[in-house]
Write a protein that binds this ligand. Structure first.
Ligand SMILES: NC(=O)c1ccc[n+]([C@@H]2O[C@H](COP(=O)([O-])OP(=O)(O)OC[C@H]3O[C@@H](n4cnc5c(N)ncnc54)[C@H](O)[C@@H]3O)[C@@H](O)[C@H]2O)c1
Length: 408
């Protein structure tokens, strides 16, 4: 019998054997081992990957692959950054644990935004700041220039922009005019790329409150046509849009209602009461108190706010959450703290009150305490000197630099 014939016969015999003895065929040549390995791979693909998915992910808006990559990165971050108590259920594939997130901060060159950027960069995230420098400034971010994890884009959020990120902190908003268009654009971006969206709303949504302290369930008492309405109603509309994007399009959203915040890098002349008093006292001018000075406010140090914003973004709860310091001060009490800190001889000058000025403002933060494990830690007496140092440097910076240079 020739070689060809022998090979043909062997093949024929094998075929016959596989048909007549299937079990024999399966156990030959380690086929069974390969079969088990196949089952193992399928198990990993269909069980481990879905277990990382978030129940509130916006399905259908983006591809499943992109979504699972995003969720892996977020979960990995949560474990890494110590937020794991809220989302510790998922299994993290090796190699993803240490990766940071890509985060967009609109208004990141401003007072609160720049402090938030510092924290995000410090924990290893890549941050893109979008700002038109309307009230913010590059100086607030100068220390990040040259860091490959940091990008700054001059852009007005009233115009659409396309970026690929995991989370959006939306802070851009001029201190008074409304910014509905900016919020709409950022919600549109978040929807398009499947990012989680956090709106920095304000205690102004409560208007001149008839309930004290203010809880998140209170709907507020806002004059829709007053001089302050542009800001108040703008933020109320922004909250409405945010919730509609969540309900209608399944977007992951978070809402923070921020109460008066102070600290270094605050705009010196933006008319907010703490910055007014501090700048006036440093410049040896009288502290201007509007009305009888008995209206109350609460003052939160900026690092406490940033901690609250980050916990909100990483947590499982939409909000809205009041983020503020419940310590309540009348304007006259605040003026006294400023006098004690800067100049005990600073004079107080009374002026007629502004229209629609709220009489009382104090956050009820039980919800944030319970669900975010957050509460402010820095008292006004501790925080104010830190802000005063920064203001002193910025107001007299050139002068003192000059003085120290000439005395050397
Ligand atoms: N600081 C507070 O006490 C306080 C209280 C309540 C709410 N908030 C909210 O927190 C956020 C940050 O406030 P802040 O105190 O840091 O104010 P800020 O003015 O210092 O910062 C706002 C930033 O947004 C930028 N910006 C404004 N309009 C823009 C636009 N159209 N496009 C791009 N960038 C734009 C500004 O240049 C600035 O850098 C705001 O949304 C504000 O409404 C702040």
């Amino acid at each position: 019998m020739g070689t060809d014939q022998i090979l043909k016969k062997n093949k024929h015999d094998q075929k016959k054997l596989s048909v007549t003895h299937p079990f024999h065929y399966i156990f030959q040549e380690q086929r069974f081992v390969c079969f088990l390995i196949g089952i193992g791979i399928a198990f990993v693909v269909f069980n481990v990957v879905p277990s990382l998915d978030s129940p509130s992910s916006p399905k259908g808006l983006i591809s499943t692959f992109d979504e699972s990559v995003r969720v892996h990165r977020r979960k990995a971050y949560e474990l890494d950054a110590g937020f794991s108590h809220q989302n510790a259920g998922g299994k993290i594939p090796l190699g993803l644990k240490r990766k940071g997130l890509r985060i967009l901060v609109t208004g990141g060159a401003g007072f609160v935004g720049s402090h938030l950027v510092d924290r995000l960069i410090a924990r290893g995230d890549s941050v893109i700041v979008v700002d038109n420098f309307f009230t913010g400034s590059k100086e607030n971010l100068l220390h990040h220039f040259g860091d490959p994890k940091f990008e700054l884009i001059r852009h007005d959020v009233v115009e659409p922009i396309l970026l690929e990120v995991d989370q959006i902190y939306h802070l851009a908003c001029p201190a008074s005019p409304t910014n509905v268009m900016g919020t709409l654009n950022m919600l549109g971006l978040a929807k398009r790329i499947g990012a989680r969206f956090l709106l920095t709303s304000t205690s102004e949504v409560y208007g001149d409150p008839l309930q004290h302290p203010q809880v998140e369930t209170y709907w507020g008492n806002v004059n829709p046509i007053g001089v302050r309405s542009c800001y108040d109603e703008g933020k109320r509309t922004a909250e409405t849009l945010t919730m509609d994007y969540h309900r209608g399009l399944n977007l992951e959203v978070r809402i923070a209602r921020i109460f008066n915040t102070y600290g270094p890098r605050m705009c010196i002349d933006d008319g907010r009461v703490v910055s007014n008093f501090v700048a006036q006292a440093l410049r040896k001018k009288p502290l201007t108190v509007y009305g009888d000075g008995k209206q109350t406010r609460s003052f939160q140090y900026v690092s406490d706010l940033v901690e609250g914003l980050m916990r909100l973004m990483e947590g499982d709860h939409i909000g809205p959450f009041n983020l503020g310091n419940p310590g309540e001060f009348t304007m006259l009490e605040l003026a006294k703290v400023v006098q004690d800190t800067i100049d005990p001889n600073a004079q107080i000058e009374f002026r007629p009150n502004t229209e629609d000025d709220p009489h009382k403002r104090k956050p009820d933060i039980s919800k944030a305490k319970r669900l975010l494990g957050w509460q402010p830690n820095v008292s006004l007496k501790e925080g104010l000197p830190l802000m005063v140092n920064d203001f002193r440097q910025r107001i007299f910076g050139d002068e003192s630099d000059h003085t120290s240079a000439s005395s050397e």
